[in-house]
Design a protein around this ligand. Structure first.
Ligand SMILES: Cc1cc2nc3c(=O)[nH]c(=O)nc-3n(C[C@H](O)[C@H](O)[C@H](O)COP(=O)(O)OP(=O)(O)OC[C@H]3O[C@@H](n4cnc5c(N)ncnc54)[C@H](O)[C@@H]3O)c2cc1C
Length: 374
């Protein structure tokens, strides 16, 4: 088995790994990214809504809230500077009954406490002036102008280009199978066609769905005994016909999971979802990403609460993604687990576990945070 030394190793070339690699390279580190698949961002980073989130929903002071707001600002700037398409279309969170309307002021307060700019409460008439296809029953809405959509793949290519320009390299078909904390660093063992052993001063574990088993496979590293993964599949449908909305539309209903939202994607399609299907206990990757067409029934029902004009037969199944959760069903949502030397005591090691939404929006801020931890 070939053995060599490296300065910084990043495990996984999704949004988070690529951003960590870029941030480390910008700090002058020599970065090697190890990716199990044959291309960048083939897992959750290409199975999401591509929404640049404002940061309305997350508990104030949490990593999710802080990194989302900071990451969003950085992401718009990054897209503008690197020629990546981004559309700051804005979003309405709509309340269609009294219970939902009563909950909107608290959500607005949280948004303001999180530092979300250009966000206000509007009445139903104003919401319909902005979006005439909305249900006339809409009582009130939160209008935020800072949400948007972007070309995430263009962004990933820009990140890859940036760290490669600074001498970094990326190898595909190279799964990390185990590791060990050794004097002066961490030794990583890879599988694939050309297994090797790499001793690195810094290791960032951003293996997405596999981040917990990868962390546990590092002898002498933290065990995460109390952490258990659960998986929530999110399926999408597309609606045929001309786009009826200009903004992202989110229901207040189920706002904890952000409900079944509507977006006009960059290709002009009306995309609905994701829904939330807890996979059976004991499920593990690789997942079945097929979308069950029978789920359309639930989509018609939920979406028509705010878009009554959705026609029968308009929906067709699209794609799905799976959220990595570190809490079980019925428990309150957990924060990102971004665990560095200060928390676990292993010099040079950072584990990123449970990086669900808003991980894409937050990715630039996460990368900079991680580079600062090592
Ligand atoms: C349905 C859905 C919708 C979402 N919508 C949004 C949204 O609109 N906006 C937003 O901000 N966020 C959204 N998110 C969250 C966002 O997509 C994720 O937070 C983000 O993509 C996570 O990136 P990652 O790099 O951590 O993981 P991944 O993209 O999964 O990357 C992990 C990489 O690690 C590799 N890997 C795994 N094991 C190994 C190993 N042993 N060795 C080497 N490589 C390995 C994998 O092949 C993969 O390439 C959504 C998520 C889901 C599921």
């Amino acid at each position: 088995m070939e053995t060599f030394d490296a300065d910084a190793v990043v495990i996984g070339a999704g949004a988070v790994g690529l951003s960590c690699a870029r941030a480390l390279a910008l700090k002058g580190r020599e970065v090697l990214v190890l990716e199990a698949a044959s291309a960048i961002a083939t897992e959750t980073s290409s199975r999401n809504s591509e929404v640049i989130h404002a940061g309305l929903y997350y508990p104030t002071g949490s990593l999710k809230a802080r990194l989302c707001v900071e990451g969003r600002r950085k992401l718009y700037q990054y897209c503008a500077a690197h020629g990546v398409e981004a559309h700051r279309c804005g979003k309405l969170v709509v309340a269609v009954d009294d219970g939902e309307a009563a909950a909107t002021p608290a959500l607005l307060q949280k948004a303001l406490a999180n530092g979300v700019e250009e966000t206000r409460l509007i009445d139903g008439a104003e919401a319909r002036r902005l979006e005439p296809a909305l249900n006339p029953e809409v009582r009130v809405a939160i209008h935020t102008e800072v949400s948007g959509l972007f070309d995430s793949h263009g962004y990933f290519l820009a990140l890859q280009g940036e760290f490669e320009d600074r001498g970094g390299s990326l190898v595909f078909d190279t799964p990390v199978v185990r590791g060990a904390v050794v004097a002066g660093g961490i030794e990583i063992e890879t599988g694939g066609a050309a297994p090797s052993r790499i001793k690195a001063r810094t290791v960032v574990n951003s293996a997405g769905h596999q981040a917990l088993p990868v962390a546990r496979s590092i002898e002498g590293g933290p065990r995460y005994n109390g952490v258990r993964m659960s998986w929530v599949k999110g399926s999408y449908f597309v609606a045929s016909g001309r786009a009826a909305f200009a903004r992202l539309i989110y229901p207040m209903h189920n706002s904890a999971t952000q409900g079944l939202h509507l977006a006009i994607d960059l290709g002009g399609r009306t995309r609905l979802g994701p829904d939330a299907e807890w996979l059976p206990e004991g499920s593990k990757p690789p997942f079945d990403y097929e979308v069950d067409p029978a789920r359309a029934e639930h989509f018609y029902r939920e979406v028509r609460r705010y878009w009554p004009g959705l026609k029968d037969g308009a929906l067709s199944a699209d794609y799905s993604g799976v959220r990595p959760k570190i809490v079980g069903k019925g428990q309150p949502s957990a924060d990102f687990l971004i665990d560095g030397p200060e928390a676990h005591g292993v010099e040079g090691l950072v584990n990123l576990i449970g990086i669900e939404s808003p991980g894409l929006t937050s990715s630039l801020a996460i990368g900079e945070m991680v580079a600062g931890m090592v």
